[in-house]
Design a protein around this ligand. Sequence first.
Ligand SMILES: *Cc1c(COP(=O)(O)O)cnc(C)c1O
Length: 391
Amino acid sequence: MNDNLIYLDNNATTKIDPRVLEVMLPYLTDYFANANSTHQFGLRAHDAVKAARKQVSNLIGAEPNEVIFTSGATEAINLALKGVAENYSNKGKHIITVATEHSAVLDTCKYLESRGFEVSYLSVASDGLIALDELKSLLRPDTILVSVMYVNNETGVVQPIREIASVAHEAGVLFLSDCTQAVGKIAINVNEIGIDLLCLSGHKIYGPKGVGALYVRQSPTRVRIPALLHGGGHERGFRSGTLNVPGIVALGKACEIASLEMDKDSNAILSLRDYLESELCSIEGTSINGNVTNRLYNVSNVLFRGVDSDAIIMGLSNPENDLPLIAVSNGSACTSTSIEPSHVLTAMGLDETAAFNSIRFSIGKYNSREDIPIVVAAIKNIVADLRAMVS
Ligand SMILES: *Cc1c(COP(=O)(O)O)cnc(C)c1O
């Protein structure tokens, strides 16, 4: 990585793994064929896509024919939510999701509300976790889908999705999970957990941007969804459009690397996160947002009471000082153009000021132990300066 960059924003996107880039490049240059062409040249692209589909399905314990390649998690989420809504509307028009979901889920639900669907939003406790009792109380005969993310992108809070899946299934309701922040970071088996539809993205797991996938259960029950994109009937009719062969090959490789290396990487990342967090917590007026037990190992969402997070972000990337540029975030990158406080943190009961005083550090496999003291020293300085200004 750039010597002058300490990148702690891995939940927004990750740097591509050089091994992923290496397998992807030939499909942009020499092997540029359309995967649907029937000549020998096309067959090579077709075979590469087939291999990638196996790599992706292996990572989540699915079958290759249950994987649909998309342009990313946002598209996968739209396909899943709108698809289930359309196909199961004869059973009912009620959907249950959570107030702390990613905007791709929340905004699609808003759209569905405008089309006559009813959406219930589960609340979360101050630690970010939902309550199964509330889920049970919201289920109705006309509920067609429960949609709960596995790992929250802002706080790393891990929902009890096995239990959620069971509750949904006992009521005969499908379970969708946005697993964009979980896939490739923790072991996932769609059959053990009981996930019917799962969304994932390449660029969150050291793959390129613009590619992702939707898992749609085909057995023992077959989830049926109509296409969003119509055209040549690609992806078994679920998603038309010439396949993004380089992106798909890259996603496959990223999934293969994750399945082989996630255990090793997770231990290293956890130790960096805990090191960073314990140092930051020594600063007065600092606390951690989100349940610290049920939380993914790579995220630390920290509240620096009374200190504006935008000022911290700017201070950390100030070209005037000789420190490396340190990249962190507040809120999620997907909504960071808005000046609203984080909907995730406010749903957890933080007031607006506290939400605006919170910073997300998300660590990845390319961070090193030497980064941490530099970050801690920079934060300590900035927090002290900003507090001195207001007092
Ligand atoms: C990044 C992210 C998305 C969106 O993924 P894209 O591939 O960028 O569309 C959706 N959900 C979560 C939890 C994410 O972190």
